[in-house]
Write a protein that binds this ligand. Structure first.
Ligand code: G3P
Ligand code: CA
Length: 326
């Protein structure tokens, strides 16, 4: 990050620290809180409509099990791709809850919006973009889209091409040629290369980097992507990386200093932006006592270019004070 450039604040699933993730309410709140970009995780419905939902399943954040009992697959899960948009519109969204037997029904983040209130609906990508554009107009500002294509290879296994479906929505809403206002992100390198090579999008790409143990929907080796050779490879098709916080912050040294990897500078020297995830006030990494301390380490010490956060108000306020002239 250039010393005079303020990092961008990406509202992770909206202002999801306050309202259920990926609801229009959470996105409107994030917009009002001054987020620079709103994040959309996208999956497809049975009729091929891109909807804004983090999981390929509906059961962690909606009342699908009550409304459509009997529609689960053999693994007991309710898949968005098994439901038409008209059915998905009947669902009510609540705060994310655990599914396992021991904690089933309990909120993942108990301090957040009460999980018993299922007040919201699953938006389509087009609806969310229309709302963002409307708020930009009425509030006199410009906010970006930060779209993640979720599980593209799994969608292909279900005979769906989500890359084309997402680009079609961007075409229809007038965002497909706005590289300053739209990022595309994915855990799968091949999908990003398809978007650029075959589908010819001019939009900037962010290669998400996870842990190999997560079983993400990609054959790529995330340990390799973080090496100098791996970053050279990413720089051949992407404009930035989205690493996991522990890929940058390694804990405290014996003297108490924050230990940082060289990933940020290794990426930036190759022209790649660095937008790590996920900054949560209620889930701080080991050795970090406050959200401000977390932001200090990543912004002042590591020099990241942006950050995904469930609390865009806190990040925006921090940056206004930390970098007032930027
Ligand atoms: O897209 C960045 C970050 O959101 C990746 O993690 O699981 O929250 O989509 P996830
Ligand atoms: Ca995401």
């Amino acid at each position: 990050m250039n010393a005079t450039t303020r990092p961008i604040v990406i509202a992770h699933r909206g202002a999801s620290g306050y309202l259920p993730e990926h609801t229009l309410a959470a996105k409107a709140l994030a917009h009002a809180m001054g987020a620079n970009f709103l994040e959309q995780d996208v999956v497809l419905s049975r009729d091929g409509t891109p909807i804004v939902l983090h999981d390929i399943h509906l059961d962690s954040t909606t009342d699908v099990a009550q409304r459509f009992a009997g529609r689960a697959r053999d693994d007991g899960r309710f898949y968005a791709i098994d439901f038409d948009l008209g059915e998905i519109r009947q669902l009510r969204v609540h705060e994310r809850t655990h599914l396992d037997a021991a904690r089933g029904g309990h909120a993942v983040y108990p301090q957040r919006f009460p999980a018993q209130h299922a007040l919201f609906q699953v938006p389509t990508l087009e609806e969310e973009i229309d709302m963002l554009a409307g708020l930009d107009h009425s509030r006199g500002c410009r906010t970006g889209l930060y779209i993640e294509l979720k599980s593209p290879n799994w969608h292909r296994s279900q005979d769906r091409d989500m890359s084309s479906a997402v680009l079609d929505v961007l075409d229809k809403t007038g965002y497909s040629q706005r590289p300053e206002q739209v990022f595309l992100q994915c855990f799968d390198d091949q999908t990003l290369q398809q978007l650029r090579g075959q589908l010819k999008t001019p939009l900037p790409m962010i290669q998400l980097i996870g842990e190999n143990s997560w079983g993400e929907d990609s054959k790529v080796d995330y340990d390799y992507l973080r090496t100098p050779a791996g970053l050279d490879y990413v720089a051949s098709y992407a404009q930035g990386i989205g690493p996991f916080l522990p890929h940058i912050y390694l804990g405290r040294s014996a003297s108490g200093d924050a230990r940082l990897s060289t990933l940020v500078t290794d990426a930036q020297t190759r022209g790649l932006q660095v937008h790590p995830y996920t900054f949560r006030r209620d889930e701080l990494p080991p050795g970090i006592g406050s959200f401000t301390e977390l932001l200090d380490i990543f912004i002042r010490q590591a020099g990241v270019d942006g950050l995904f956060t469930d609390f865009p108000d806190l990040a925006s306020t921090y940056l206004q004070h930390a970098m007032p002239a930027a």
